[in-house]
Design a protein around this ligand. Sequence first.
Ligand SMILES: Nc1ncnc2c1ncn2[C@@H]1O[C@H](COP(=O)(O)OP(=O)(O)OP(=O)(O)O)[C@@H](O)[C@H]1O
Length: 721
Amino acid sequence: MSTPSDSAVPSAMPSDETDPLSRERAHLAHSRAALRSMREDVQSLDIRDVTANWVNAEVLGRQIDERIKALADLSHTPLFFGRLDYLHAPGAEQAEGAQGERFYIGRRHVHDPAGDPMVIDWRAPVSQPFYRASKKTPMDVALRRRFGYTGGDLTAYEDEHLSDPADSSETAATSKLLQQEIERPRVGPMRDIVATIQPEQDEIVRSGLGGTVCVQGGPGTGKTAVGLHRVAYLLYAHRERLARTGTLVIGPNASFLHYIEQVLPALGELAVKQATVDDLVAHVEVRGRDEAPAAVVKGDARMAEVLRRAVRAHVTMPTEPVVVVRGSRRWRVPAYELADIVQELLDREIRYGAARDALPQRIAHAVLVQMERSGEAPDDRVQDAVARNPAVKAAVKAIWPPVDPAKLVFRLLSDADFLAAHAEGVLTEEEQETVRWAKPVRSVRSAKWAAADAVLIDEATDLVQRTHSLGHVVLDEAQDLSPMQYRAVGRRCTTGSATVLGDLAQGTTPWATRSWDEALAHLGKRDAVVEELTAGFRVPTDVITYASRLLPYIAPGLAPVASVRENPGFFEVRETTVREAPVREAPVRETTTDATMDATADATEVVAACEELLRHEGSVGLIAADTRVPLLSEALTKAGLAHLAPGEETTLTARLTLVPASLAKGLEYDYVVLDEPQAVVDAEPDERTGLRRLYVTLTRAVSGLIVTHATPLPAQLTGEA
Ligand SMILES: Nc1ncnc2c1ncn2[C@@H]1O[C@H](COP(=O)(O)OP(=O)(O)OP(=O)(O)O)[C@@H](O)[C@H]1O
């Protein structure tokens, strides 16, 4: 075969062992049997003789259960999706002990009863050429074979002869199986892309644990997919270390996390935690909302300095000596000596709480030195006893009192003098006024904390006590974080590394980052490598071209995404008619963008567009400005169209999701109806943010998009700007 070819075969399969497809199917059947027996081996383990006590037995039992789960053969998940025939046998260190030169690449390792590999984990070094080898750089591969499945059945394969010099026609051809995979209708949550990871994606996936990688990529370039596969890869390559230190995926909201939550378990990785930034800093219940200007100042990195000063200001330089009475003797540590100890602790810049813990021992040490000078020979127990002496405790309380982070932030936001004392030269008076609560708040408990306050409390908490750091953190939709939020994420991976994923053009918060260098500096990962992905796997060409008209206004300098989809997709902009509102007693409001006058009448054509798209296979999303959602929901219900909210799982029978524009980020649907673009823009505090939100909503469709509008489209879309 000279070009990648799809050898789809008739459903009545010949059982001829000389037929390549039959042989591959036989290998699949044998591999399945081998996996079954691996599972049975684990199930039959008798741990009674090897566990010393019930705790060990419990732990081992749990590990065995997990292993059994991991060895399950999922009928709709192909056990292998590729094959590599090497020209030479790879070195034993690379081949997972295999002697052969042919490897089947799959989601997990499977070996036969003799221990020889039948399927190699996609993450193993020997699998790498499956993703990277090319005619130009064949990486010692003679043949790369990709398999196609229908349901759980192996029904097709496609070959590339990478080392055949006589065959030069393959280079430009794209894989049909890859195309099919990309075009496959979306139903349900996000799935893995392990069979079709592209070379530039693979480079990011396999980059080492030591370094932080930041990926800038337009909508649908596979950032989320790449981030999730990178964690899976790192867990494979550094399993023990990461099992100890932990891994975390951070996403923008709960519905997004729900959308991606099955990707890692499908790759056999069950231990990766997921959270939103708000979850990370949930020290208080968030019940309030800030106006944008207050949130911007609270999210500014200068707040870290204000908090640092405020925490350290709790230390009072001693003016009195400490007198410790032991038996008939009194030991006196003079104020100046105490002051030296305190100053030394302050200079060391250790956490406030750690210094506070160290102070009693330091004072006790000073007492011990005096005891030794007077001929006594005190040991460690005496030092401990002195450290616990009431006089020492009282002194520590006066000099270095405990700090409650929530109370500290409460005071900063409610006490103008306290804030001014610590913000002087850092925040302007106007900024101080902006962050302070307008009305007096009685107590920490009755405060209506806003999201940005919780981040401040997290910063203060870290000043008091070091935050636990994980081995690796994936931060998705990173462009939306404030500097203070970056710091909160950064302190959770100070001793580890991060994968930072985002798109500057999709930044929709007032504090969205302007540059990755800036963001990475706040994260504490200045030396991160910034990579760019530009090939789009989601959005059809016509749609991405239309959406990219916004780029000069929302992120000048960013290159538009180039869609790799062959299917041109379906794209239509429909001007709908505004219907006369029924005569009402109440005065008719003047704005034409306010479509609330007669929602269900106005929504007739929107509903019709949804009905039309539901005739296709796959999921449908109706995306609209948040304020229009209740009205559209009513209209859909009236028309008998059941619909879900984002995060609720689409199924074959419930395929329509009504998506508020504010929650659309990161999600995708086969078909999208986008309602009233101008209303999406108007819902944001400024035009640029509005256009960015519009860009997000325009780029959620996989196969088709209908834009419906009764009010004029934004001029930036029509080319009239
Ligand atoms: N190599 C690939 N093979 C097949 N499908 C892919 C590949 N890379 C990405 N995709 C698919 O493209 C779609 C978009 O991917 P993903 O959501 O990761 O993009 P993104 O860059 O995070 O997008 P956004 O910026 O909109 O959040 C997903 O359905 C994903 O599975």
